[in-house]
Design a binder for this molecule. Structure first.
Ligand code: BGC
Length: 441
């Protein structure tokens, strides 16, 4: 029986990631709130409602849970529509509350990683043309300046925009997110404006806080050709994989590029101090002449893959290693800004967690500069168009009572964070099925 511990470097950041709209409740000035009221937009007609009730103060107990679980960092976001409910109005009380929350993290010895945009926009901003408008970056920069001024004494690690590639595609190409448009050309226009907004935010943050470290949470989808011998499968896989690079590469060289599309945003050159990676799963891709909107690619999971409760994700830990290897080309420190599994019964999550963190450890052992891991998420939350149907939390949430119930994964994660590593003993107790893969005899 092999006994061993996979250790991580000292100072490694261990945390969970959350997003304001998904946990705060009653964000009535957000475009998502309006979207929720439209029939057919959210599965089962679910509403975010009180969500995890953070805005009424339950962030305190949840931060305490995270700290007691030995997490030394937390990724949270600021809701723009709360801070600036109208173009000419700042809500100073809301800002004070965010200051209190971020100070709350510092008091618990947790490093805050602050996301400034996580899928949700103020209604007034959308009315002024939203991300389709060239004015977007200017509005965003003003809001960013206001927040960074307010939080700069407590936070120094910033994520400007969460998954801008996914956000643009969902809002403007597949139509799953507001504003629900289905126009790929428009999605590219939006991407360019998002790159401009990121760049403006990057420069503004550094002006206010020169020592800041600023990045984005880049959504990385691992894609493998269904038939490696098929040139068409390989071609569509290659084309789709280009989505992963649009933002990090624009933030490197100032060019927004995808297949034949090309646009220059010179101010975006060199605007990442770290590379954030959100990795969840891997797809197989085959050519399908009818899938025009997905560049003739059809994505699916391996037939023998372990799927999450709703079939939304497959447990594909090798994709994590691949994501980190992909990230090397940007020559930046890497933070895994999200990784998680929807699993209401916590049946597969412990295994998913150790297998993915094990891949991170492998990468660390190549001396790749990986600085932290944020699990998605702390407490079950409102999962966008999937409403409450998906349960990603280390803690289960009872929506009727707001009671939290600890899942075994929360204890496992606490042991990993406390140990700053994974031991065979932990894996035997929480995810014995992972033993042969991680600690072979
Ligand atoms: C998003 C989160 C979301 C999670 C799980 C990520 O793409 O950043 O907001 O809840 O996936 O669906």
């Amino acid at each position: 029986m092999v006994q061993a511990t996979f250790h991580f470097p000292r100072g490694f950041l261990w945390g969970t990631a959350t997003a304001a709209y998904q946990v705060e409740g009653n964000n009535i000035n957000s475009n998502w709130y309006a979207w929720e009221q439209e029939p057919g937009r959210i599965i089962h007609g679910d509403k975010s409602g009180l969500a995890c009730d953070w805005w009424n103060g339950r962030w305190r107990e949840d931060f305490r849970r995270a700290a007691e679980g030995a997490q030394n960092a937390h990724r949270m976001s600021i809701e723009w529509s709360r801070v600036q409910p109208a173009p000419d109005r700042w809500d100073e009380q809301a800002i004070d509350r965010y200051v209190e929350m971020v100070r709350g993290l510092a008091e618990l010895n947790m490093t805050p990683l602050i996301t400034l945009h996580h899928f949700s926009d103020p209604v007034w901003f959308v009315e002024k043309g939203g991300w389709e408008s060239e004015a977007a970056a200017g509005y965003f920069e003003k809001y960013v300046r206001k927040i960074v001024q307010a939080l700069k004494d407590y936070a120094g690690l910033w994520c400007t925009i969460n998954e801008p590639n996914g956000y643009a595609m969902n809002g403007f190409a597949t139509g799953l997110f507001p504003p629900g448009k289905k126009n790929t050309g428009l999605a590219f226009k939006v991407m360019v404006n998002l790159v401009r907004a990121h760049a403006a935010a990057y420069h503004a943050i550094h002006q206010i806080q020169p020592q800041a470290r600023v990045g984005m949470a880049n959504y990385y989808r691992s894609l493998t050709s269904a038939k490696t011998w098929s040139p068409l499968d390989r071609l569509v896989t290659h084309l789709l994989a280009g989505f992963n690079d649009i933002f990090p590469s624009a933030a490197t060289n100032g060019v927004v590029r995808f297949i034949a599309y090309r646009d220059r945003v010179p101010e975006a050159k060199g605007t990442q101090d770290f590379l954030g990676i959100d990795y969840y799963t891997r797809d197989y891709v085959k050519f399908n002449p009818f899938h025009i909107e997905e560049l003739f690619g059809e994505r699916f999971y391996r037939s023998d893959a372990e799927l999450s409760t709703t079939g939304f994700l497959a447990n594909e830990p090798l994709g994590m290693f691949e994501a980190l290897k992909w990230g090397l080309k940007y020559n930046l420190p890497i933070i895994i800004t999200e990784n998680g599994f929807d699993d209401s019964e916590d049946r597969i999550r412990p295994r998913y967690m150790v297998e993915h963190i094990h891949q991170v450890w492998r990468a660390v052992n190549f001396n790749w500069a990986i600085k932290g891991y944020f699990h998605w998420t702390l407490v079950d939350n409102f999962e966008w168009e999937r409403g409450w149907s998906q349960r990603f939390g280390l803690w289960e949430l009872n929506l009727d009572t707001q009671a939290r119930h600890k899942r075994p994964s929360a204890d496992l994660y606490a042991e990993i964070c406390r140990e700053n590593g994974i031991s065979d003993d932990m894996v035997r107790r929480y995810a014995p099925a992972a033993i042969p893969g991680l600690f072979p005899d």
